[in-house]
Design a protein around this ligand. Structure first.
Ligand SMILES: Nc1ncnc2c1ncn2[C@@H]1O[C@H](COP(=O)(O)OP(=O)(O)OP(=O)(O)O)[C@@H](O)[C@H]1O
Ligand SMILES: [Mg+2]
Length: 615
């Protein structure tokens, strides 16, 4: 079983927070003015909140003073109300300014990730669990958005508010300010420990969430098998184990955060208690005015929110750093299969397919295990149809996947019209080569979209005509009889169609692209004999002008080919016509004898009548 990737790609030193955030620079830069405006609004709101205690100080000192004027009360109350309103307006504008950049950056990162995933080779997808990629492109990037829109700004604003508030406290009384500041010492020390524990737990929980998503994806995908084998209980058990693991990590994360928050909330309260005693004592001695004492405590009340918030925001920032690390793990995975910088193109494209001394091993196979292909030499002439025959597991499907460069050869070369396919433009190669794989993959869109997926039709060519032609060759006329004809949307992965119907749609898709080189992995395996005959009949004329490499599991499919190549132990053992190989190659006779060929009705009737003759 393939071990899916879940943790960091390169276990080297993790990037520092600054390095990680700096990498967002290109996405953030275009929105810098709006983000700065949002930040200034948040800062303004913080400062306004802090000025309210100062108004209170003036009010207490002047209004409550013997002989103070009553109108001053109204004026002070009006100022406090206006400041409160100003704070609310600034908070509103902070949101207005930052929401658009944050959502746009999230969408941009998501699109770039998707684009990168599309370009990364199949070998990458073999290794990475789909849930990991799902959680990285959804949950992780939502975290980044929330942090950009709220966390990052509020972390800075809260810090600034706390510093300015402390300064106000010191202006009320340096002794009270100092008492309050002493509380910061245990919080800072604890913050270092918290950061390490929380960061590790956060990475683990996000990775586990990804694994859990893979688990859900896999069991939903395989629900028919799970149900049919009555393995729901076992699937649930496996899921439960992972879900509980995630729960434990989340609890560990929450414990670490709540321990830290307890300190962040309680220490300022304790220092305030001490401050109250000292403050009252100072006021009684006449060293502190009542207004100063009120301002000190009102400031402390304003700071309670930001101080507590810093703990939460620190947690949010660490989680976001993890989310970004996970994002960049994927983004940093190098695309090993790409177009060359200066692609070549054939002077006279004919569609000659050559494999020269091709060897291939899957990445990450155990050292010492034999390669799947070792020294494959094969020439398919332009327009020729070559069948590839071999026992199961001999590497036929693997060989086919080398032609459109789903994997790159590990030795030797695949050439089209004499040019190594690695020197061709990748898009050009993939429109030259068209494929229909063993396991048919259809998408949850219309039949027409599925069939015309890879067809780069020349201008002036009617897509409907190309579609009808392809459906006709693949004997997929049933599509016209569906509720909405060829516009019928087939369910997820085309599961609303039968296996044989899906296979014919996939065959139509390969043909509609009108490729010069056609690669078919046993394209008729799911068809009944009559349909197979009809498809074979129509396919023969299409194949006549197209270079075709065709994996055959049935003698009837072999019959479509001009020549047959026999794959054995990773090499081409023999090439010739079916008759030649039958006559001269014992291994071919063995393979052909073991190929499954369903009996025709005539065969059955004959054997029945034979049996009937027996006494
Ligand atoms: N993605 C993969 N990663 C690692 N090994 C793989 C992968 N796909 C196939 N293999 C291995 O490569 C070998 C050849 O497999 P391949 O699918 O090419 O066989 P095949 O000739 O097409 O067989 P069949 O006739 O059953 O379709 C097998 O031993 C298989 O286990
Ligand atoms: Mg195969």
């Amino acid at each position: 079983m393939v071990q899916h990737q879940s943790s960091q790609n390169e276990p080297g030193t993790p990037a520092s927070f600054r390095e990680t955030i700096t990498r967002l620079g290109p996405q953030i830069r275009p929105f810098a003015p709006r983000l700065i405006a949002g930040f200034l609004c948040a800062l303004g709101a913080g400062v306004v909140a802090l000025t309210i205690p100062q108004v209170l100080r003036t009010m207490v000192n002047s209004v409550l003073h013997i002989g103070g004027s009553a109108t001053d009360v109204w004026v002070s109350a009006a100022i406090v109300a206006l400041l409160g309103l100003a704070e609310a307006v600034l908070v509103f504008f902070r949101r207005v300014f930052v929401i658009t950049p944050a959502t746009r950056i999230e969408a941009d990162l998501r699109i770039r990730l998707y684009c990168h995933l599309q370009r990364l080779p199949v070998a990458f997808h073999d290794k990475w669990g789909s849930g990991q990629l799902l959680s990285r492109s959804m949950a992780d990037l939502s975290l980044v958005r929330r942090w950009l829109a709220f966390g990052s700004i509020m972390l800075v604003v809260s810090t600034v508010t706390v510093v300015v508030g402390l300064w106000f406290m010191f202006t009320s009384s340096w002794l009270l300010g100092l008492i309050y500041l002493v509380g910061a010492v245990p919080i800072t020390i604890r913050a270092f420990y918290f950061r390490n524990v929380f960061r590790a737990a956060s990475r683990l929980s996000q990775d586990q969430a990804g694994d859990l998503a893979t688990n859900v994806e896999e069991s939903v995908h395989g629900i028919r098998v799970i149900k049919a084998f009555g393995r729901g209980g076992q699937a649930l058990e496996g899921f439960g184990v992972r879900a509980r693991q995630l729960r434990d990590t989340e609890i560990k994360k929450a414990r670490s955060l709540s321990g830290f928050l307890m300190l962040v909330v309680s220490v300022p309260e304790i220092t305030l208690g001490v401050g109250l005693i000292v403050g009252v004592w100072l006021t009684a001695r006449g060293e502190l005015t009542v207004g100063d004492l009120v301002a000190f405590f009102a400031t402390a009340a304003v700071l309670a929110g930001p101080v507590e918030g810093i703990g939460m925001l620190l947690g949010m920032t660490l989680t976001t750093k993890t989310a970004l690390d996970r994002h960049f793990d994927v983004m940093d995975t190098e695309n090993t299969i790409d177009s060359p910088t200066a692609p070549e193109s054939a002077a006279r494209p004919e569609g000659r397919l050559s494999l020269r001394d091709v060897s291939f091993s899957f990445p990450d196979t155990r050292p010492g295990s034999p390669p799947v292909l070792a020294g494959v030499d094969l020439e398919v002439e332009p327009g020729e149809t070559m069948a590839l025959v071999g026992v199961t597991g001999s590497g036929k499907s693997t060989l086919l996947q080398l032609v459109p460069r789903l994997y790159d050869v590990t030795g030797g070369a695949v050439l089209i019209d004499g040019i190594d396919i690695r020197r061709l433009d990748l898009d050009a190669l993939r429109s030259t080569v068209s494929v229909a794989f063993e396991d048919t993959t259809l998408f949850s869109s219309s039949i027409a979209d599925n069939v015309l997926l890879g067809a780069n039709l020349p201008s002036g060519r009617d897509p409907r005509e190309a579609l009808d032609e392809a459906l006709e060759v693949a004997q997929a006329g049933f599509a016209h009889d569906l509720d909405d004809g060829v516009d019928t949307v087939i369910g997820e992965e085309g599961l609303s169609l039968s296996g044989g119907q899906r296979q014919r749609i996939a065959l139509a898709r390969a043909i509609a692209a009108k490729p010069r080189v056609l690669v078919l992995d046993d394209p008729l395996s799911a068809l009944d004999v009559r349909t197979e005959e009809a498809v074979t009949e129509r396919l023969r004329s299409v194949l006549a002008g197209t270079t075709t490499l065709l994996v055959a599991h049935r003698p009837s499919t072999v019959m479509l080919a001009d020549r047959v190549a026999l794959l054995r132990a990773g090499r081409i053992d023999d090439v010739g016509t079916h008759a030649q190989l039958l006559a001269r190659n014992a291994h071919y006779r063995h393979v052909i004898a073991s190929l499954d060929d369903p009996p025709t009705v005539e065969d059955v009737l004959q054997s029945d009548s034979g049996r009937g003759n027996q006494p």
